[in-house]
Write a protein that binds this ligand. Structure first.
Ligand SMILES: [Zn+2]
Ligand SMILES: [Zn+2]
Length: 230
C-alpha cells in the first residue's frame, strides 16, 4: 500500500508519470471534463432545457448557488474513485488550482465539508476533502472545518429517488455552533441528487448562516426522471 503514496503512473491511462495525470490526459481532462458553462442554470449549474431549469423548478433550494467544476461521467469516475478510495494523494492537486480560483472569487467567511460517515471508513483511510481544504486554508487563511457530519445510515444507493430524498432528511448534523456568518462555502466531491447538499444548506441557514454557496467538484447531470420532489 505504501507504494501508492508516490504514484509513478498516470491515474487514467497508466503511462509513467510523476503527476497524477500525464500531460496528455491532463489536456484531455481540461478539454472534455470541465463542465461546459454554456446553457447552464446560473443558480445550480444544471443544464437548461428550453431555457428552464428543471432542477430549480422541482424543489425548494436552501443553498444560494451551486458551482460545479467537472462533469461526472465514466472517465472522471475513475479519477474520483482513485482520489477518494485509493489514497492517491496527488489526485487532489488536479483540482486544487480550479477550486482555489473559485474560493478566491467567492471570498467566503468560512469553508466546510460533510465528513464521510463511519460506514465509509473501511474504504478510505483519510478524508480527501479535509486534505483539500487544509491546503486552501494554508493559501487563503480562510477558516474551515468538518462542520457537518452524517448522523445515521443513509441508504443513498437503494430505493427510488424520492425515497432517497427522504432518507437524507434529518440524516445530517452540525458539529459546531455558528457565530453569525455571512458567506459560507460548502465543498463537496460529487453531487448526484443534490439532496445531501440541500439538507446541509438547510441546517446552515437554520444556524444563522446568511448565504450558503456549494462548490461541487463533480456534478452528475440531472435527468428528468430523477426528480425527487413529489
Ligand atoms: Zn495519462
Ligand atoms: Zn437551476
Amino acid at each position: 500500500m505504501i507504494d501508492f503514496l508516490f504514484p509513478q503512473y498516470c491515474t487514467t491511462c497508466g503511462r509513467e508519470s510523476k503527476e497524477a495525470l500525464c500531460l496528455r490526459c491532463w489536456k484531455n481532462f481540461k478539454k472534455y471534463f470541465i463542465l461546459n458553462q454554456k446553457n447552464r442554470c446560473p443558480k445550480c449549474s444544471h443544464q437548461l432545457k428550453n431555457d428552464t431549469c428543471l432542477f430549480c423548478n422541482s424543489r425548494h433550494l436552501f443553498f444560494d448557488q451551486l458551482i460545479a467544476l467537472y462533469e461526472y461521467n465514466s472517465s472522471t469516475k475513475t479519477l474520483l474513485l482513485d482520489w477518494k478510495y485509493s489514497n492517491n494523494a496527488n489526485v487532489y492537486r488536479i483540482f486544487l488550482k480550479d477550486v482555489l480560483k473559485i474560493v478566491k472569487t467567492i471570498q467566503p467567511d468560512r469553508m466546510g465539508y460533510i465528513s464521510s460517515s463511519k460506514f465509509g471508513k473501511k474504504y478510505r483511510s483519510y478524508d480527501v476533502l479535509e486534505k483539500l481544504l487544509k491546503e486552501i486554508h494554508k493559501i487563503t487563511q480562510i477558516p474551515y472545518g468538518k462542520d457537518i457530519r452524517k448522523i445515521k445510515k443513509n441508504k443513498q444507493s437503494k430505493g427510488k429517488q424520492a425515497e432517497r430524498f427522504f432518507n437524507v432528511l434529518f440524516s445530517l448534523g452540525l458539529t459546531i455552533e455558528f457565530h453569525p456568518i455571512n458567506k459560507y462555502l460548502l465543498i463537496e466531491d460529487t453531487t448526484t441528487t443534490g439532496a445531501t447538499i440541500n439538507e446541509a444548506a438547510r441546517l446552515l441557514k437554520d444556524a444563522g448562516v446568511k448565504e450558503v454557496i456549494v462548490l461541487s467538484i463533480f456534478l452528475e447531470d440531472f435527468e428528468e426522471e430523477s426528480l425527487w420532489s413529489q
